[in-house]
Design a protein around this ligand. Structure first.
Ligand code: FES
Ligand code: FES
Length: 151
């Protein structure tokens, strides 16, 4: 089946099969490998994207469900060659180690700061609780979100 959707501000089309996930379509059909595929079960958050402005796990959304909708992936956060403030802050605080969790965390943190520009540490932890990181112990990730919030 053919779907049409807006991805990172661009109108795109893709041929997908009915059971295919949005994550697969983004990575394999639309050339956007930023959203990572770790668990494919909604457990890790590495595939986090915004669907019509709502944070979702792209592995749990059918590509067909995104037909006619608006998707923002981690590739869509930087603007005019400038990193998103969360991306920049993650770099500065050392919140990235292997980086596999990073795209999902960046999308989730950017979403948090849209709705809550000055979150407490508990609110940051709560907002990122669906995003698993095996490397950092989370402290530097929290530092990164705090730094981005202050800018
Ligand atoms: S790959 Fe989607 S939540 Fe883990
Ligand atoms: S930096 Fe490796 S999983 Fe988070």
């Amino acid at each position: 089946m053919r779907i049409e959707l807006r991805v990172n501000g661009e109108q795109r089309e893709a041929d997908v099969w009915p059971g295919e996930s949005l994550l697969f379509a983004l990575r394999e059909r639309l050339g956007l490998p930023g959203s990572k595929n770790a668990c494919e079960q909604g457990e890790c958050g590495s595939c986090s994207v915004l669907l019509d402005g709502t944070l979702v796990c792209a592995c749990l959304v059918l590509a067909a469900q995104a037909d006619g909708h608006d998707v923002v992936t981690v590739e869509g956060l930087a603007q005019a060659g400038e990193l998103h403030r969360v991306q920049q802050a993650f770099l500065e605080t050392g919140a990235v180690q292997c980086g596999f969790c990073t795209p999902g965390l960046v999308v989730a943190a950017a979403d948090l700061l849209e709705v809550n520009p000055d979150p407490s540490d508990d609110e940051i932890r709560e907002a990122l609780s669906g995003n698993l990181c095996r490397c950092t112990g989370y402290a530097k990730i929290i530092d990164g979100v705090r730094l981005a919030a202050g800018r």
